[in-house]
Design a protein around this ligand. Structure first.
Ligand code: NZQ
Ligand code: ZN
Length: 380
């Protein structure tokens, strides 16, 4: 194990916490509030933000879409540059918060913002930002990552920079009351797969990271089993905190990571418009079956410690249980669930991955286009 860990995001968890941004946003800042398609106007979140910012100077930018487009975000960048905002507040799910991270970075860069996603510009400075989370799933509210799509070329890419950790993250489970079932299922699956990306690699002997990962997975399994109680405050609180902890950095310290499911999933979203979590549920069980030999030890450990399995064939049974878990919360795991044609996907997705240079994915760097092709066959 070797790592350096500093997560600077102040987390404000619980009912009524949106009001605390009155103190957390610097009083002399000129604030730009960023949000999505308007769900915050229907559930009281927007009104609470307006009330909390009553003594601040602020304006807003709306219309950040799911899987945020650089084309949209660049309009926000232009507004920030023209009007001199110096604090950004993202109010929404992962898309809005990722969008705010991009805007915060691109606003301090003179070149074309997409350079950040293309790896041509390394982000070392960004405007300060805060997050009010309305959809627990990505962990973006307290991590240094952002994912942005360029619609014109159907590319979905990510960047990481310590400069874009939000200064604070408000996690008020009341904001979840208006979430459709589809997004509750998505959030649970995304969080589950985030833990897997940092855990289902090889046995590491890192007891704290593996033990906490298993604890988070057991929590998510319990929440999936209680999906009929998904409207209860307790269920929603637990999902909100579990999804945050799944990707705030802790369980991934000093251990190998995989992320091949995410990389392939991003291509599915860019090409076919799948929700992020749908893309993961489609790819991950097929990937685990395709890479069974190298994943078997950790799958067996997971089967025992997370699902309580005993006896033979634990690793195979673990993959089946995972796939059923995703389906049980309403997230499809097969191409036909999304009306996708296998031959079409094989042609376009494999080509796109080759064009994007994605040919050494996974913790063993052995997921290339042939493996992706085999994964697509298995997802049929
Ligand atoms: O646009 P609004 O009106 O906000 O509606 C959103 C959107 O339509 C809606 N929603 C959010 N909160 C709601 C609500 N509807 C009713 N009530 C509420 N309280 O939900 C829809 C989806 O929102 P979105 O933000 O797109 O979902 P999610 O949080 O799943 O974010 C997905 C994005 O995050 C990226 C994904 O790739 C995708 O682009 N990810 C970011 C990561 C990170 N920064 O660390 C890691 C993840 O693996 C992921 O890649
Ligand atoms: Zn994810």
């Amino acid at each position: 194990m070797q790592f350096s860990f500093h997560n600077p995001t102040q987390v404000q968890f619980g009912r009524g916490q949106i009001a605390s941004i009155a103190q957390l946003v610097p009083r002399d800042a000129k604030v730009l509030v960023l949000y999505g398609g308007g769900s915050i106007k229907g559930n009281g979140v927007y009104d609470q933000v307006v009330a909390a910012l009553k003594d601040h100077q602020w304006d807003e930018f709306s219309g950040i879409e799911p899987n945020p487009a650089v084309e949209t975000l660049d309009r926000a960048v232009a507004k920030v540059k023209a009007e001199g905002f110096d604090f950004l507040l993202g109010v929404g799910g992962g898309s809005v918060i990722d969008g705010a991270k991009y805007v915060a970075s691109a606003a301090l860069y003179d070149g074309y913002g997409w350079d950040i996603l293309a790896g041509k510009h390394k982000v070392t400075q960004a405007l300060p930002l805060g997050a009010i989370l309305t959809l627990p799933a990505t962990g973006s509210e307290s991590n240094p990552a952002a994912v942005v799509t360029r619609t014109a070329t159907a590319e979905k890419r990510s960047f990481l920079s310590p400069a874009v950790y939000p200064r604070f993250a408000v996690l008020d489970p009341d904001a979840m009351a208006s979430l459709p079932d589809r997004q509750l299922g998505n959030g649970l699956v995304d969080a589950f797969v985030h833990v897997c990306e940092q855990y289902l690699t090889i046995p590491t002997g890192a007891m704290v990271q593996e033990g906490y990962a298993e604890s988070l997975l057991r929590t998510l399994v319990t929440l999936a089993g209680q999906f009929d109680q998904r409207r209860s405050p307790e269920w929603q609180e637990n999902l909100m905190w579990a999804a945050n902890q799944a990707l705030n950095g802790l369980i991934g310290l000093g251990v190998p990571h995989d992320w091949a499911t995410h990389a392939i999933g991003h291509e599915f979203t860019a090409l076919y418009g799948l929700d992020h979590a749908q893309s993961l549920a489609l790819v991950q069980p097929a990937l685990l079956r395709e890479q069974f030999a190298q994943k078997e030890p950790k799958l067996t450990q997971m089967g025992r410690n997370v699902f309580g399995l005993e006896g033979d064939n634990i690793a195979h049974r673990t993959i089946d249980i995972m796939e059923n878990l995703y389906r049980s919360v309403g997230v499809g795991t097969r191409l036909h669930d999304y009306q996708l044609d296998r031959t079409d996907v094989q042609l376009h997705l494999v080509t796109a991955m080759e064009e994007h240079g994605l040919n050494r994915l996974g913790d063993q760097r052995n997921v290339d286009s042939q493996v992706v092709d085999a994964i697509i066959r298995r997802a049929e």
